[in-house]
Design a protein around this ligand. Structure first.
Ligand code: HAM
Length: 421
């Protein structure tokens, strides 16, 4: 038997209502904050991620699904959304749009060849947002507020915002030199990847999964001590804006993130996830990415979160989402003539916006009521010989058990008045 690939999963019909609900809340939240949806391809040129996410990152070095198509093009299943959004921003010259900053969001599958565990999948779904074209520290705060508002709308309470700044290129250069000096004498004790990263990108040593326990990690120079006055001032402004809107945070100078494009603000939102990975969302500012990908100097900031980790957090906080996928009305028919009438009524109900269904397996009336129960139908409409003779259906309210007779041609209006969606 052929099985599903490792690290992937099926969203089965009993669960897809929850996914739809989450996506609906994501879209609502983006509308509140005035972010518009962008949809980009699931595969892109491999070069895009090598340049965008960074050649020395774990994502590019170890986790990408790369392939060559029949035209010998080097392509990659996208491991994240920011590089694609920036590519589209440049390709469609959105920097010339009169409406600035350009505020975008996306929901879709991402792919990383990681070791699967709870909250770590090889195909996962990200909801992310990006704001391009503004350096205002208030937009960093807006991005964080958007993510938190989304989580709170879904009912999550145990959230912690962790904040850091990676500074500007000058701060980064000073920090880079300090890191090289710190690690160089003992670099032989580190894995081969870290040895290679030392000169290329020493910041990446700090998020190495193999060497994270090495004592030199804890004593490594902190970026915060190398921020230029300008970068420090920028970070202060972000914090002041968060303070002003009542968003609390913890500072963590070790928060460097796993992608190369960040500078200035970086952040993660942590949640209660039992023993699973607790980072629910991550993001930050990336002022150099647009020009790196061939566009004009343009500031950017964004975040992404996965629905998989959100589901774990919802479960550990004991939150069940109301999905609203229940049936309004189930038609139970007894006898061949009643069947025919039921088929006509069923079509009418649906045309009138009532979610309705009937039996297609020739079940007895008891079986039809059972089916109605399984669908959590709000009403059951019974049609037998007597109802046919009177021209009325017997409508049973499944919540309180009450029953009423309603003329066939009034059933739609009757149910429409009872149902509110
Ligand atoms: P990231 O930290 O690599 O950042 O991923 C963001 C979020 O995606 C994580 O916090 C986590 O919720 C989820 N995630 C990542 N990998 C997996 C996985 N294997 N399984 C399940 N969930 C996962 C980015 O992707 C950046 N593009 C975020 C960003 C947008 N920065 C600026 N704009």
């Amino acid at each position: 038997m052929i099985q599903i690939p490792r690290g992937t999963y099926d969203v089965m019909p009993e669960d897809s209502g929850v996914w739809q609900k989450i996506e609906e809340v994501a879209r609502e939240t983006c509308a509140l904050f005035n972010y518009k949806e962008i949809r980009t391809p699931i595969f892109e040129s491999t070069d895009l991620f090598q340049r965008g996410v960074g050649d020395t990152t774990d994502i590019v070095q170890k986790e990408m699904y790369n392939f060559t198509d029949r035209g010998e093009r080097r392509l990659t299943l996208r491991p994240e959304g920011t590089a694609s959004v920036v590519r589209a921003f440049v390709e469609h010259k959105l920097y010339g749009d009169p409406q600035q900053p350009v505020k975008l969001y996306y929901i879709g599958p991402m792919f990383r060849y990681e070791r699967p565990q709870s909250g770590r999948n090889r195909q996962f779904t990200q909801f992310g947002a990006e704001a391009l074209g503004s350096k205002d520290p208030a937009i960093d705060a807006e991005m964080i507020a958007l993510a938190l508002t989304f989580y709170r709308k879904l009912g999550l309470k145990k959230l912690k915002l962790v904040l850091n700044s990676l500074g500007d290129p000058e701060s980064r250069k000073a920090h880079r030199d300090a890191l090289i000096n710190h690690f160089k004498p003992s670099i032989g004790e580190f894995c081969s990847d870290c040895q290679e990263r030392l000169e290329k990108n020493p910041l990446r040593i700090l998020d190495c999964k193999k060497d994270h326990g090495h004592p030199l990690m804890a004593t490594a120079p902190s970026i915060i001590d190398y921020l230029t006055d300008e970068a420090r001032d920028y970070f202060e402004q972000v914090k002041l804006t968060l303070d002003a809107i009542g968003i609390t945070y913890e500072l963590d100078p070790t928060l460097v993130r796993g992608l190369d494009y960040y500078n200035h603000t970086t952040f993660e939102i942590m949640g209660a996830t039992g023993s699973a990975i607790s980072t629910l969302a991550g993001g930050g500012r990336y002022n150099g990415l647009v020009s790196e990908l061939g566009g004009p100097e343009t500031a950017g900031v964004g975040f992404a979160l996965s629905i998989e980790r959100l589901l774990i957090a919802l479960e550990s906080e004991g939150i069940t989402l109301q999905t609203g996928n229940q049936l309004d009305c189930y038609l139970a028919a007894i006898g061949a003539e009643a069947e025919k009438k039921a088929a006509v009524l069923l079509h009418q109900l649906r045309q009138n916006g009532i979610r309705a269904d009937k039996d297609y397996l020739g079940r007895k009336v008891k079986g039809q009521f059972k089916a109605a129960d399984r669908e959590q139908a709000a009403y059951v409409l019974v049609i037998g010989d007597e109802e046919l003779a009177n021209g009325q259906a017997n409508v049973k309210n499944m919540t309180d058990g009450s029953q009423e007779r309603v003329a066939f041609d009034e059933v739609s209006t009757y149910l429409k008045n009872k149902i509110n969606h």
